[in-house]
Design a protein around this ligand. Structure first.
Ligand code: ADP
Length: 685
């Protein structure tokens, strides 16, 4: 069978379904892992980026702090040189030194030494306690000398290495000496030695803003911290940066530590804002993925249901025996079902997209069909009950069809074409033909039955003319044998009678022959008189045998009727014969003394409400026999029902069929004073 649309895929077997499901799960797991890895990588990169940025900030700040300290130390050099701008006396120097120490907390001691490093005057800072209480200044002279040697060599300020100076209470701090050669009028006036406290240098010479939340330290190259300023609460996550503080005579390492930037701390998971944003976006992506997955599952389910519905529709279409065909507004074929393909004998792919003239149009009718289609497409008036047509199969054979077309509407209710259902009428026509043939055979049988009956009447009736012919012939012979002159007149008369009787016999035989002969059904206008005239010899035969008077009354100017003459004659004959047989010889006659069968014909009086309806002529056959018993009346029209020994029981059923085929009705009612009237009507010509 031709497939007109692709069948939905068959449901896979259970094993394959399970494999498909586990593959889908694997895909999901892989996707989730991938998204997780992406999320991790993004967070790691974001954290690394931010950490790098913080580190760079820290390093920049360390450089800036180192340069701050160096420039402050060099500014101090100028301040100190001002002490010697005018030739100081030890006393005046002492007062100046006090003032300097007052302003510079980072300095713990100022000394004025002569060119051979001997102390001329010295002043301690008031901010630190008794510095040389527990250990004498002599303990650090090595560093001072080293610095002054360098200073002399450089002719400028020089710094000594730092050294730890213990305090009496068990604490202590790191100190560093700076030696500055002082000269006046080109003459060296000795050295100015400043002792710096390293913790104070860190505290006093740096920018407080830069140090907020951080800790700054001078450190040894091995990491040992010499002096620290500032503390950090959380020691776990620290960032470090170092910078060298290059001073004449000594180099110090400056180290800045700061806490790592722990952003807003989203549950501590995200180290910074960027990571938080990336994380949130990734979570959103994951949520979207999950929603998408759910949507996909729903879609799959709907698709599955749709496939089921489609398969059902397909199965329905395939099992239909009615041909289905859809056409678009231009008359092109857009769909055909297997039944239609089978009907016309063409595969679907040859029909789809085909335009008029279609391959199933018989060649000689193609033009007529084309016009019909054009009218239908233009007017769009489609008869609901459909129309009959003839199609041609691919092998050239023709077959009758019933086509029912309806507009094809889309989901919006807009017409997109025409849907046609095509019924093959071949079988129906065959059954109709069979029916007609059997009907005809039935009629023939009934006629033959009548003829059988007539045969006995014929023999009786033919006896008369034959006997007459025989006696006329004998008389004539006798006359011819007589000697003497020929009585020509008598002989001619006898011959004439012979001819008349032979003619009469011939007519009787012919009327029977006419009646029996099968004829094609032809409707023609016939006068009621002619109908009765045709059967009158047969009627008279029977009437004479039964000694019944025949009374025929035809209304004056009665119109002709349209009918199949032979069949209506048969009906009249049947009804008249039944009537006569209902009045057997022994029956008591009517008051008139004569048994009468009457046939009345006249136009029907039409009631005014039926204006416009057709006109009819009514025939009534009335007998005055025994009438119909209730039992007989019930079975009257049942084929083969008869009360007569020689009857066939087909007469009345045949009569009714014939009259109904003419559009009339056969009815009966009791006659007055007794007997039965059978009436039927035929359309006026
Ligand atoms: P048949 O004449 O061969 O019996 P019909 O079909 O003509 O077959 O009639 C069936 C039966 O109806 C008859 O046998 C008869 O009993 C009854 N019948 C028909 N016409 C009349 C009539 N005019 N009066 C009484 N009985 C009748």
């Amino acid at each position: 069978m031709t497939q007109t649309a692709r069948l939905p895929e068959e449901r896979p077997p259970p094993g394959r379904r399970a494999a498909l499901r586990s593959r889908r799960w694997l895909l999901w797991v892989a996707l989730l892992l991938l998204v997780g890895a992406l999320l991790g990588a993004l967070m790691f990169l974001a954290a690394a980026y931010e950490e790098g940025r913080d580190q760079a900030d820290l390093e920049r700040d360390t450089e800036a702090l180192a340069s701050d300290i160096r420039s402050a130390l060099f500014r101090n050099v100028q301040t100190l040189q001002s002490l010697h701008s005018v030739a100081p006396t030890p006393d005046s120097w002492f007062a100046g030194a006090a003032e300097v120490l007052q302003r510079h907390r980072e300095m713990v001691r100022l000394e004025w030494r002569d060119p051979s490093r001997r102390l001329i005057s010295a002043r301690d800072s008031g901010y630190v306690g008794d510095l040389f209480g527990s250990m004498s200044r002599a303990q650090s002279l090595v560093q001072m000398r080293q610095a002054c040697d360098t200073a002399q060599r450089l002719s400028g300020p020089a710094f000594s290495p730092s050294y730890f100076w213990p305090m009496g209470d068990g604490t202590g701090f790191e100190l560093m000496d700076m030696c500055l050669p002082v000269a006046r009028a080109g003459q060296s006036s000795g050295f100015l030695v400043v002792t710096y406290s390293l913790p104070a240098v860190l505290a006093e010479l740096t920018d407080r803003e830069r140090l907020r939340g951080r800790s700054l330290a001078f450190a040894e190259p091995d990491g040992t911290r010499l002096a620290v300023h500032g503390t950090i609460v959380d020691q776990r996550r620290l960032q470090r940066a170092s910078s060298l503080l290059d001073l004449p005579g000594h180099t110090l390492m400056l180290r800045l530590e700061g806490p790592r930037n722990v952003g807003s701390g989203f549950l501590g998971l995200f180290p910074n804002l960027l990571s938080a944003v990336v994380g949130t976006l990734s979570l959103a992506l994951l949520a979207v993925l999950i929603l998408l997955g759910r949507d996909m599952r729903k879609r799959q389910q709907v698709e599955h249901e749709l496939a089921g519905a489609l398969a059902f529709r397909q199965a329905m279409e395939n099992s239909l025996i009615t041909g289905l065909r859809a056409r678009d507004m231009q008359g092109r074929i857009t769909y055909v079902n297997p039944a239609f393909c089978q009907m016309v004998g063409y595969p679907a792919d040859q029909l789809l997209g085909h335009d008029a003239p279609f391959p199933w149009w018989p060649t000689e009718l193609a033009e007529e069909y084309g016009q019909r289609q054009a009218v239908r497409l233009a007017g769009q008036v489609l008869p609901r009950e459909g129309y009959e047509s003839v199609f041609q199969r691919s092998d050239g054979t023709r077959f009758p069809v019933l086509v029912i077309e309806a507009p094809l509407l889309d989901a919006q209710g807009v017409q997109t074409g025409f849907m046609g259902a095509i019924l093959d009428l071949t079988e129906q026509r065959r059954v109709e033909e069979l029916n007609r043939a059997s009907q005809e055979r039935l009629q023939a049988t009934a006629r033959l039955a009548t003829v059988g009956e007539m045969a006995s009447l014929l023999s009786h009736e033919l006896n008369q003319p034959l006997a007459a012919i025989s006696s006329y012939a004998t008389g004539s012979l006798n006359l011819l044998q007589d000697p003497g002159p020929l009585p020509q007149g008598d002989i001619r008369q006898a011959m004439q009678r012979i001819a008349e009787q032979a003619d009469r016999a011939g007519r009787v035989i012919k009327s029977v022959a006419d009646f029996v002969r099968r004829r094609q059904q032809v409707r023609e206008p016939v006068g009621p008189g002619d109908l009765i005239e045709a059967i009158s010899p047969l009627l008279s035969l029977q009437a004479k045998k039964l000694n019944i008077a025949l009374q025929v009354r035809i209304a004056p100017a009665c119109p002709a009727v349209v009918c199949d003459r032979t069949m209506v004659e048969q009906v009249l004959l049947n009804l008249a014969r039944n009537g006569m047989q209902a009045m057997p010889l022994g029956e008591p006659p009517l008051a008139s003394g004569q048994r009468v069968l009457s046939i009345d014909v006249g136009p029907m009086v039409r009631p005014p409400v039926e204006a416009g309806a057709r006109d009819w002529v009514e025939f009534a056959v009335t007998d005055h026999g025994q009438g119909l018993s209730e039992e007989v009346e019930q079975k009257l029209f049942t084929p083969f029902f008869t009360t007569k020994s020689e009857g066939m029981g087909l007469g009345l059923s045949l009569c009714r069929t014939v009259i109904e085929q003419h559009g009339g009705t056969l009815a009966h009612e009791p006659a007055l004073p007794r007997g039965t009237v059978f009436r039927f009507r035929l359309p006026v010509a």
